[in-house]
Design a protein around this ligand. Sequence first.
Ligand SMILES: *Cc1c(COP(=O)(O)O)cnc(C)c1O
Length: 404
Amino acid sequence: MAEKSGGNLRHGFATRAIHEGWDPADGEGALVPPVHMTSTFAFSSVEDGMAIFAREKPGYRYARSGSPTIALLEGRIASLEGAEAAVAFASGMGAITAFTWAVCQAGERVLIDQTLYGSTFAFFNEGLAKFGVEVVHVEMSDPANVAAAMTPNTRLVYFETPANPNMRLIDIAAVAEIVHKAAPDCLVAVDNTYCTPYLQRPLDLGADAALHSVTKYLGGHGDLMAGAVAGSQELMDKVRFNGLSKFTGAVLSGLNAHLVMRGLKTLELRMERHCSSALHLARIIEAHPAVERIYYPGLESSPYHALAKRQMRAFGGMIAFELKGGFDAGVRFMDAVELISLAVSLGDAETLVQHPASMTHRTYSPEQRAKYGIADGLVRLSIGLETPEDLVADVTQALDAAAR
Ligand SMILES: *Cc1c(COP(=O)(O)O)cnc(C)c1O
């Protein structure tokens, strides 16, 4: 059961990431909370079990609908997002699917941005549309397109900002205002994976839900998979007791919840370093003669720079770019890196490079990629926590190699 914390806003972000919801006195003095590895919970009487199942009394019943370790993590994520509640999942896709199935039904309409993480794009188009939900692709970086696409039966507006992989930004406050005015029951959901609540808080800007692949920055160490959704208590109850418990069963394990909480303790420190190294590298990449175009909202040349300054604390650790010579030059770059690993995923301590068109965004057809701005030559970098000079050296030698 999510212990609703609502966020103790008296404390700063890092303090809440470390302490929220735990008093060592409640755990025989244990500084680090114990990990509850149990699938079921014993009731003191039939009456007690009945009341817990009826949700008339707080308490745990079966780990698919909650456990103390998961609840602690959920309270921390809710606090960091400034939400009443959160629900944790076994993966980001577990969170996205459970959330969507909990809120949408046949006959309703969903607007999705044109640029989404590849599996999210596939879920909406293949996993949701076939159940009679109308899925409409909208280019949301212009909020006027959202206004034009709204109908009274639109139930959900879903997007990422910055979008994976092409770093387009969407004005959360503008879209939320348009949507809620056009259809008061329509939910605005933002995949906040790229930013984490340290950089951007969608609920503060008017969104109804913030979703995460916790696998990425929140876990932060590339050693687990997890997901989360944060929002109002009422919405999260629906997501937990329908989406998670009945529809997907994508339950996070207690051990992984513990590892995520270990990662969260350094989230602020890590994000500061990801952001400063990425900005430094983006400037170097932008100035290199091999580079055709770079997408990083921290650069003054980015069309999204002003919006990024408004809605993000800093500009994030993700960079995308295209080289002169397109796809072939991109392949030369990726084959030339030495310190950097050629791997999908992001938000790890290790710097990673990947090729969206053939890897994470293969779920788009070539025509969709061309139309939605995912160039065949696009290279995506997740800037890690290594010594910045070492990253500069590796990126520079690989850019030089790509130009040859
Ligand atoms: C990775 C990712 C997901 C999917 O999360 P998993 O944990 O891999 O299931 C969703 N959205 C974004 C933006 C991602 O990067």
